[in-house]
Ligand binder design. Structure first.
Ligand SMILES: [Fe+2]
Length: 192
């Protein structure tokens, strides 16, 4: 039905919400990849995505709730790592869409999927904060090593490359930087 001219500028915001691709399904795309290879990669990538989103948010929690003698340095370092994890989230999610799948996006869906243990709402001491980050990194890294092997075997070179070149390569130095803060060091040596 044609709109009346006087109504043409009226935004039609009262719409019936409509889903166009159910979660877990694959669109067909000319990628020269088997459907089961794409399905496997989408599942692997959604798991890595859920855990990367959790790790990203844990970095912000600890950036805000940091304390102690190294507060300033850790406050800044954790925000740097947060930014790198945020960029990874986008890279992983868009790879899932490029494969014809659907990336998870909302916090409810992340909570259902993530394997990283939930930290408390309260503030934790520095060793706990850093140990939690290392635990989360190792969960992501283990998934990436296993996922990269599976993607290699299925012929999905792009997913293998993303897991190795982007996710593993970004996570490994972050583990190094965080772990070094857990070596026992004295701020002042008493040689008297
Ligand atoms: Fe900040």
């Amino acid at each position: 039905m044609a709109k009346k001219p006087e109504n043409a500028a009226q935004p039609q915001y009262k719409v019936e919400y409509r889903e166009i691709q159910p979660y877990g399904t694959l669109k067909r795309l000319p990628l020269a990849l088997e459907d089961n290879a794409r399905k496997q990669s989408v599942d692997i990538l959604n798991q890595v995505l859920a855990d990367t989103m959790t790790l990203r948010d844990m970095y912000k929690k600890h950036h805000w709730q940091m304390s102690g003698a190294t507060f300033y340095q850790l406050h800044l370092l954790l925000d740097e790592h947060y930014k790198i994890q945020s960029a990874l989230v986008d890279t992983i999610a868009e790879r899932i869409m490029a494969l014809g799948g659907i990336s998870i996006a909302m916090p409810h869906d992340v909570i259902e999927l993530t394997k990283i243990p939930r930290p408390p709402k309260g503030r934790e001491d520095v060793p706990t904060q850093l140990a939690r980050l290392l635990e989360a990194h190792e969960i992501v890294l283990r998934e990436c090593h296993e996922g990269a092997d599976a993607a290699d075997e299925s012929g999905d070179d792009g997913t293998n490359d993303l897991l190795v070149s982007d996710v593993i390569r970004a996570n490994e130095p972050q583990v190094w930087f965080i772990a070094e803060h857990l070596a026992e060091t004295e701020l002042v040596r008493d040689d008297r």
